[in-house]
Structures are given as C-alpha cells and as structure tokens.
Ligand binder design. Structure first.
Ligand code: DGL
Length: 273
C-alpha cells in the first residue's frame, strides 16, 4: 500500500473520539479511518498515570502495526501524557489538548473556561498551554468531571441517561458561566462535543471550542503539505475496533452521524495487573 493510501488512526478511551472522526470525515471525506476505542477501560481519567500510559501505548502499538500515516490522539487524558506514549510510533501524532489550547489562545477573549476529566484538570495542562501562547488570558477550570465521559458513552439517545448528563453539565458549568462569566468554554474531553446540543440548550450563547475541529484542520494542513492525501476519488471507509461492546459502538457511531462504516470489530483489551 502506498503511504497516501494508508489509513488515518484515531484513538480514545471510548466513543469520545467519534467527535474527531466526525470533523475529519467532514473535512477529508476521501480518507480511510481506523478507530480504536478502549471501551473495556473507560474512563481513563480515573486511572493512575502509569496505567494510562500503558493502556495508551497498547493502542499506539495497534496503530503502528497497521501502518497508519497519521495518528490522532482523540483523548485529552492521553494527550496530557502523549510524550510518554509515542515511543516507536513512526507517523506524526496530533493531540486533542494541543489543538484545544491553540484554538482557545487564538480567540479574542479574556476569560476561557475549560471542562475536562479529573486527570486533565489536575494536570493543569490547559492553563499552562493557553497562557504560554496568550499570557493575558484568564483560564477558569471546572472542578473536573469524574463521571461525565462514561455517562455520555452510555446515555446517548436515552432520556434518563441524558438527564444525568445534563445534571453533571450543570454542576461543572453553572459556576463558570453564571459567576465567573467565562467568554467561551473549551470542551476538554472528546466525549463532550457529542452532547454539544445539551450544552447549547443549557447555556445558549456560550461559545464552545471543540478541539476536534482544530485537529482536523491541522491534519489537513499536514497531508496537503506532505502530499500525503488519499488518491481515491470515492469516499473513504471507517473501520472501528473496540475492546468494549461492538453493538454499542456501532449504535453510537450511527447516533452521532458517522458515515461509511465498514465494520465494527472486537479487539482484546490489555490486561491490567
Ligand atoms: N474522551 C476522553 C478525553 O478526551 C475521555 C477520557 C476518559 O476516559 O476519562 O479525555
């Protein structure tokens, strides 16, 4: 297979990376995509750092073995540790935190809010990166959502589950929006754009930053620059692997509007000691 025809890898702890696939399918419809969601181990944000690194390396190896031409780390939690996960990966790696921080830094606003998993929150990676690029910005963090990624993963299309999602969103966002009065909010977990409609309903007029859009743009720029775009004229396919429930992954893919799904296959999870 020529390098141009190789697929693009997208990985996440679960279905959150579907928000990134959605943007890539929109911007680069002719590309083949290979998705890995580690459904057996979600949520990553509640695991210890060394465990997250080991689980992420397992997925990176999966992608390397399949010869992807670029790898999108569609998980903010893994993105916090990406420098430790990519050993032996020969393709360029794009990560969600870099994309989200760059998008936030570019906006002409004073106060940026960020909601994320507990791990991403505790790492303080977003304020560090945003302020390194745009020192005058004030960055307000939510307290970190311990359960929201998992809730989103299993609740799409289920009214009771979505009511819990909205309760969680209020807990994370009420203070930030109503008291701190942030000018915009970075969705610092790739699961959250999948419930963007709920956030818009709860906080109409709050601009949301979805790092997925920036990731897709950066990927396109790279492929154009390196002349690595897919030569095929017809739309590319999406192949999904998961260590979780294949039926649920297929259902969620159609619920969030992903197209051209070739197959959804089970892959054995890394064993945790
Ligand atoms: N989608 C992942 C992220 O962006 C969720 C992480 C988790 O599993 O805790 O951080």
């Amino acid at each position: 297979m020529s390098k141009q025809s190789a697929p693009i890898g997208v990985l996440d702890s679960g279905i959150g990376g579907y928000s990134v696939v959605k943007q890539v399918q929109k911007l680069l419809p002719e590309e083949d995509l290979l998705y890995f969601g580690d459904g057996a181990h979600i949520p990553y944000g509640n695991h210890a750092q060394e465990t997250i690194v080991a689980m992420a390396r397992y997925m990176f190896r999966f992608m390397e073995e399949r010869g992807v031409k670029a790898l999108l780390v569609a998980c903010n939690t893994i993105s916090c540790l990406v420098d430790r996960c990519g050993e032996g990966v020969s393709c360029p790696v794009f990560n969600a935190v870099k994309a989200g921080a760059e998008a936030a830094a570019r906006l002409e606003v004073d106060k940026v809010g960020v909601i994320s998993t507990v791990f991403t929150h505790n790492s303080r990676i977003y304020p560090e990166k945003i302020q390194a690029l745009s020192p005058k910005k004030v960055v307000v963090l939510s307290c970190g959502c311990p359960d929201l990624a998992r809730l989103v993963e299993h609740s799409l299309g289920d009214p009771e589950g979505m009511a819990l999602v909205e309760d969680n969103l209020r807990q994370e966002l009420d203070h930030m929006v109503l008291e701190d009065k942030v000018d915009c909010c970075v969705l610092g977990c790739t699961h959250y754009p999948l419930v963007g409609d709920s956030i818009h309903k709860l906080y109409p007029g709050l601009p949301l930053i979805d790092p997925a859009e920036e990731m897709a743009r950066a990927l396109k720029e790279h492929l154009d620059r390196e002349k690595l775009g897919s030569p095929q004229a017809s739309p590319g396919a999406l192949t999904i692997y998961t260590t979780g429930d294949t039926e649920e992954y297929a259902l969620r893919a159609s619920q969030v509007g992903l197209g051209r799904i070739d197959k959804v296959e089970y892959y054995p999870p890394m064993e945790l000691l």
